[in-house]
Design a protein around this ligand. Structure first.
Ligand code: ASP
Length: 331
């Protein structure tokens, strides 16, 4: 029988009502006791890494979690991480970059309702996460509401609906129906892409000095200069459509040039959830690139921001950080 380690981080799945609202309180063992169907599926050990609403999970927790997984890689066949849904996509991306060349599955899950509530999605999600961890495709994934999503491709699109996560600009890695895991389309979950022959490597880096600026009509470019003055080393502009940034009246190009010349990495992402940026289409999307900005292409904002933090965490050199952002796996 496979031996899976459950690492709990808190979240709604582990929460109970308090005077101020839901707060995490359940231990991993208390959650497991509610799922008799786990009996006979695998041997399970548990560790509580944190007991936080994921709103409070920050790069420090990503690093602690990555280290706990890395230190236990040889002792277990796979890992399940129970986690709040609000920032799960960020944690999944962080683990995807920090645990390079993983040869074991790491499956994150959580719930929209506390696991002990009648009708909660928590039991099914946790059970499915263990099923996915037992199947053994290496890499970091989110298993939620019957689908498995690569760790750098997930976005939370619903704050209440059970189908909270979608796979963005990539096919879902797998579908779980009545306990069986299927491939979907050209899915990679049951046929993982070849991973490097090298040993897994822990790269626990995250510089939080990355600023995300969502543009609205009338947005002020001097905020970019202010972010540079405040010491931010990366600025992600959530731009429009294919990656358009204003170059009229409130012209962002001088601020972008000043930032990139000062050694700050500027990324151009899009507010559109699907398709990503295509900086060559419009003047408003090509000029930021001429000013030194880097297009995030089909990556999510979550994965882009986290990958930039990870890249900046390992170098003082903006050019090296850009190279890591563009070319380090997963792309
Ligand atoms: N606020 C909760 C959290 O992210 C939401 C959830 O888990 O669904 O921890």
């Amino acid at each position: 029988m496979k031996h899976i380690l459950l690492l709990s981080m808190g979240g709604t799945i582990a929460s109970v009502p308090t005077e101020t609202g839901l707060s995490p309180a359940f231990s991993p063992q208390e959650m497991l006791r509610l799922i008799p169907a786990l009996e006979g599926l695998c041997e399970i050990s548990t560790e509580e890494v944190a007991s936080l609403d994921s709103t409070n999970i920050q790069p420090e927790e990503w690093i602690t979690l990555a280290k706990r997984i890395f230190d236990n890689l040889n002792a277990y066949d796979g890992f399940v991480v129970s986690h709040g849904t609000d920032t799960m996509a960020y944690t999944a991306a962080a683990l995807s970059y920090m645990l390079q060349g993983l040869h074991k599955p790491v499956i994150l899950t959580g719930a929209q309702l506390p696991i002990h509530y009648p009708g909660s999605d928590g039991k099914a999600n946790l059970l499915n996460a263990f099923r996915a961890a037992v199947v053994g495709a290496p890499g970091v994934y989110i298993a939620f509401d019957g689908i498995i999503i690569s760790g750098t491709r997930a976005s939370k699109l619903y704050s209440e609906n059970f189908a909270a996560f979608q796979s963005i600009n990539a096919p879902v890695a797998g579908v779980i129906q009545e306990g069986d895991i299927f491939q979907a389309g050209r899915a990679i979950f049951t046929h993982p892409q070849p991973f490097p022959e090298t040993e897994p490597k822990l790269m626990p880096y995250a510089d939080p000095r990355v600023f995300v600026y969502k543009l609205i009509p009338g947005a002020d470019p001097s905020i970019v200069d202010m972010a540079v003055k405040l010491g931010y080393r990366g600025i992600l502009l959530e731009a429009y459509g294919a990656g358009g940034v204003p170059n009229y009246r409130r012209d962002f190009l001088p601020s972008i040039s000043r930032a990139t010349q000062a050694g700050v990495v500027v990324l151009c992402a899009t507010q559109c959830i699907y398709d990503g940026t295509r900086s060559d289409i419009y003047t408003v999307s090509s000029l930021p690139r001429s000013a030194g900005a880097i297009s995030t292409e089909d990556r999510t904002v979550e994965a882009s921001a986290v990958k930039l933090m990870w890249a900046l965490g390992q170098t003082d050199d903006a050019a090296v950080a850009i190279e890591l952002f563009l070319n380090a796996p997963p792309l």
